[in-house]
Design a protein around this ligand. Structure first.
Ligand code: URA
Length: 451
């Protein structure tokens, strides 16, 4: 078998067999297929799509590129959450301490920033000393000691996703139902969890811009997870504007601590509690979702969630003093406001461009080897539906270099749609909950081609 033939087959809309996908993934993981051939195949798969059978083969091949962890020595349920990504989406760093403080184990394997979205690992690395590259032995020790651990893929855990993820980020091949599903489910199924809660974003700052695509992605992931015996639920949530009031790595850590301390923005707090509630409910810690919500709120109010975050930081080599003293996080040297070009109501934001503006300031990667500037960030002052005056700040940029400042500033200014009347509809924070894959019994999976 040759990679070039598989690229041609997908380019010409062919359907791959399991041995073909196994060959592609195993050879690429071993370094026998170069990046340029994998990048070409990814683009062909992005353009032509993968049917349900192909994406099951892909998920399984990526899952088996490494080990499947066994945490059976740790008592109780192992639960996790994964988001498809957005701007200012930082709920992992809030719900992991809440859920661990509530007595469940959260063995979280996360990703880096992808496209215009931020990544949990990059955010954690804003904390001086925080080690996201623990060995599996160290990971198990941290999990047993405090009930949560946050690491990236290693040579042992879904290494194929680690390599493919970095390539997709740099080749504009992210927004694909098949590729996102295989990426998320391969690393999540490798974690050795019983329960997975998925946060599938939709809107201008999500990979799935339409709700229909978000639902299709959610159903596919729920179906794949349930077919291997996991308890999986997906929430379709809004990403038409940033989640919370800030984006950027240090900034986001600070906002997470605010929520863990009982404050923070309402949308971020509500979503973090809802996702935690599902983890408690499906992890059999509470008898209902409502009692899961109450438990999450109580754990925050008691200070236990914040203390758990501090403990987790310390156990992973980070400086826990950032929790009380956020100035210990990398800070940008300068700040500048982005004024509203006119008065009126904010009716929409181009949330993807807000994420891109952050990336071009140094808060994201253009090439896979780029280093993140953890200090740069954005503060968002105006939300959809709010009224602004001409000249009133829409956002504040925290920056370290003038090089791309003008470009970012213009991009942010143009990302806000301002009209004379308020928006007619208000987007809910949570649109829908997907409990099962309704399309699973469709007559022929081969007819379900997803891009
Ligand atoms: N998150 C992932 O882990 N993978 C994707 O492809 C998109 C979001």
């Amino acid at each position: 078998m040759r990679a070039v033939d598989l690229i041609r087959k997908k380019r010409d809309s062919g359907e791959h067999t399991r041995p073909e996908i196994d060959f592609l993934i195993a050879s690429f993981t071993r370094g026998e297929i170069p990046d340029y051939q994998m990048a070409a195949w990814l683009m062909a798969a992005w353009l032509r799509g993968l049917n349900r059978a192909e994406l099951t083969f892909l998920t399984e091949a990526m899952l088996h590129s490494g080990e499947i962890l066994d945490h059976s020595a740790i008592p109780g349920k192992k639960v996790d959450k994964h988001s498809t990504g957005g701007v200012g989406d930082k709920t992992s760093l809030i719900l992991a301490p809440i859920v661990a403080a509530g007595g469940l184990t959260v063995p979280m394997i996360s990703g880096r920033g992808l496209g215009h979205t931020g990544g949990t690992l990059d955010k954690l690395e804003a904390i001086p000393g925080f080690n996201t590259a623990l060995t599996l032995k160290e990971f198990r020790h941290v999990l047993s000691a405090c009930g949560m651990g946050l690491i990236g893929q290693t040579a042992e855990i879904a290494p194929a996703d680690k390599k493919i993820y970095a390539l997709r980020d740099a080749t504009s091949t992210v927004e694909s139902i098949g590729l996102i599903c295989a990426s998320i489910m391969s690393k999540k199924l490798a974690e050795g969890i019983d329960v997975l809660v998925l946060d599938v974003k939709t809107g201008s700052g999500a990979f799935m811009k339409s709700k229909k695509d978000a639902v299709a992605l959610a159903q596919t992931m729920v179906g794949i997870g349930q077919s291997v015996g996991k308890k999986v639920v997906a929430l379709i949530t809004d990403m038409n504007q940033p989640l919370g009031r800030v984006a950027g790595h240090s900034n986001e850590i600070v906002e997470c601590v605010e929520v863990l301390s009982g404050g923070g923005p309402a949308d971020l707090r509500e979503l973090s509690i809802e996702l935690s509630a599902w983890m408690f409910f499906y992890g059999q810690k509470t008898a209902s979702l409502a009692s899961g919500r109450r438990l999450a709120a109580e754990i925050i109010a008691s200070g236990k969630a914040k203390a758990k975050f501090r403990q987790a930081i310390e156990l992973q080599g980070g400086d826990p003093r950032v929790v009380e003293e956020p100035r210990r996080l990398p800070q940008a040297l300068s700040r500048v406001e982005v004024p509203s070009p006119r008065g009126g109501y904010i009716t929409a934001t181009n949330c993807e461009n807000l994420g891109i503006a952050l990336a071009i300031l140094g808060g994201g990667r253009e090439r896979k080897e780029d280093r993140i500037d953890h200090g740069v960030g954005l503060e968002f002052h105006a939300r959809i539906g709010e009224r602004v005056k001409k000249g009133q700040p829409l956002a504040t940029i925290h920056y370290n270099s003038d090089a791309k400042l003008a470009e970012a500033r213009e991009m942010i200014s143009e990302s806000y749609e301002i009209s004379g009347a308020p928006p007619k509809v208000k987007n809910p924070l949570i649109y829908q909950t997907i409990l099962k894959d309704k399309a699973r019994d469709a007559p022929s999976p081969r007819r379900r081609r997803t891009r």
